[in-house]
Design a protein around this ligand. Sequence first.
Ligand code: SF4
Ligand code: SF4
Length: 83
Amino acid sequence: MARGTIEIDEMRCKGCALCTTVCPKHLIQMASHFSPRGYRPAVLVDPDGQCTGCVLCATICPDVAITVYREVKAKTTVQPVPA
Ligand code: SF4
Ligand code: SF4
């Protein structure tokens, strides 16, 4: 399975919480602190590395505040051993 993570730009986030409703792993919460813009921003809470980089959160964000990073392991091929 692909592994991923996200970055949320506090200066863009307006605290609408839409992203918290779509994460299939429930990894996004609203922060208890306020951003410089005066909103409680969304934060990733993923201590066990469950984010798959599915991009649902970034897709729904109306303010393009979320950047997704996704790592997909390349398939390795086994070379036949010469006889
Ligand atoms: S990329 Fe997918 S799994 Fe990761 S935080 Fe966003 S919605 Fe959740
Ligand atoms: S959807 Fe975007 S603007 Fe709304 S809380 Fe999430 S990151 Fe912030």
